[in-house]
Write a protein that binds this ligand. Sequence first.
Ligand code: NOJ
Length: 741
Amino acid sequence: MKQLTFLLISLVLLLTFTMCQQPNGNDQDEVAQKIDSLIDLMTLEEKIGQLTLYTSDMDQTGAFIRKEYESDIKQGKVGAIFNAYGADYTRRLQEMAVNNSRLRIPLLFGYDVIHGHRTIFPVPLAEAASWNLEAIENSARVAAEEASAEGLHWTFAPMADIARDPRWGRIVEGAGEDPYLGALIAAARVKGFQGDDLADLNTLAACVKHFAAYGASQAGRDYHSVDMSELMLREVYLPPYKAAVEAGAATAMTSFNDLNGVPATSNHFLLTELLRDEWGFEGFVVTDYTSIMELLYHGVAADTAHAAELSLKAGVDMDMQAGIFQQSLTKLVSEKRIQETIIDQAVSRILKIKFELGLFDDPYRYSYKEREKNNIMRPDQLEAARDMARKSIVLLRNEKNTLPISNEVKTIALIGPMGSNQRDLFGSWSAAGDWTKAVSLAQGLKSRFPDTKIIVEEGCSIEGNDKSGFRAAEKAAKQADFVILALGEAYWMSGEAASRSELSLPGVQQELAELIIETGKPVASVIMSGRPLTINWLAENSPALIQAWFLGTQSGNALADILSGDYNPSAKLPVTFPRNVGQIPIYYSMKNTGRPFDENNKYTSKYLDVSNEPLYPFGFGLSYTSFHYDKLTLSQQSYKMNDSIQVSVEVSNTGRVAGEEIVQLYVRDPVASMTRPVRELKAFDRIWLEPGSSKIIKFRLHPNQLGFYVSGKKYITEPGKFSIFVGGNSNASLETGFDLK
Ligand code: NOJ
């Protein structure tokens, strides 16, 4: 009998493996059959193994590590591993699974490849400032090429969380505040990671996260509660996740927060009704780190078994790091609290991705030394990172054409803690990136201005009160013809578990800036940070001001491209910059209120001590040239519900150099059955214009882009008047309007 079972298992396995040798060629039914026959062979313990994800001890991204993960692998008690990369390392772990576990099911290797793997690209918020979907897709493509050559199959990205509170450190990992821009970027990232076919060797399965509304954590405090109307959820927070699902994201991750009283990890509405039933998601759902266990702290689960039951029933397929499925599911099945079929369903979703990745064809296909050698930090990949970085840099101020730095300049003083800094340039999540390979601003300037004297003075460190370097910094500034002030946050001040309640420059950097700017020299301040900072003083006093975010491996070169004028800045803020923390949350698509701001009326919606206006609006960013907008025209004055609304505008380059402009179109529905935002971004285009030239830009809108949710998933477009604004930022003043009948 035993022999017969063994023979049967071997036969099915042989069939399963051989029939999956060409994952591309398998039609879906065939794969489904293979999966079913494999599941038939599995013990309950082996099934639970497929639902279990543990971190290796190579890298640590959370508080807890299970020491026995290697023996779990050998026994088939774990189906996926994260924080392990490298051809050799992943091969070693894969061998443990394939050579020891009874069914030899390959492991899935995941990692946080968020903005590059070895070649680190700008942080996601910075990339979003490019508004350049091709470049963003390419950035994810390069990351996938590198990571998949190092044994990885799966990235925990993109983060599609809308964030309107810069206190929240994770704002750095997303695309900012706007659902329209955020959705396009989330989809571009999924396409970049996954390419055309997961079976291709250079692709990664994407994981859209954190589902859902993690970015709305109260008061910007990480892991905090979220409470919002379903209308707000559907209109603002869900579109980027949905776009990622529509772009084919293979997996999704739950978020840490509770939403309207139900933790995301046990939220049936989110994980089943919305994600699967409404949006048709067919991949698998993984929890965030230990978040099944956290159901106990949320106070919805009495014990770990209860937590497992709640999350599995809600729609979770894979348990990241809590080990709670491993501990509890057998018991829950035997007590009939859950049916084994629900486990089978989760196993089948996970195996499907393993099949699609070609792991049943060759479990080691991503772990070849030779491929690893040839696909990491190649010159073309470094060049792509440099190009993405310069496309991400936002010029905020440039009085009297302080920038670019003229070739006549003999001495540049580079002052501030970010000047020769390499350690902080990657920002949050650096995957396998080596910061010692990052090009500092000092290095970038030296290679761009080889004949210019460059004096580098730190002045002060990022944090702390030590001003002993001020004198030397002041002296350097006085000796120079041009000063670059390189200021900002440390890499760990944004990202996970990195919320701040103050958003000013840390330490004594502001005082350093005051001292240096007082010298009267031409100064360009360069701010490296993972979030908007309250840089009001610099905005008024620094002759030039640049928001450089964290730009990754090619930081210094990209900044030198911008500072020298070799590259004309084109990026636009993907998030509003507040004047102070009290204005938060502040975003451009606010409601008008019943008492809109009126300077002369106390009883209107405003503050006593700060204006309603942000420091910099969403969509704002300057260029070394200037653009003029004119002739905003509609194809008709009124449209029907099925018409296409055609808008055109003439944009001219009125300055002296060629440049790129991001032309933005906003809509307002001034009278509707529900209150509507004062503006909503509905379209944009990037155009390149030579000096003195003009171009007519055309946009097409469909009336179904102008609607809103009235209740649940009911979305309507109401007839009536609409206003259109077009310009270079969300304050665009050029306006027209039409009737929708
Ligand atoms: C916790 C983070 O919230 C999530 O974004 C990340 O993917 C996991 N840890 C794994 O590192």
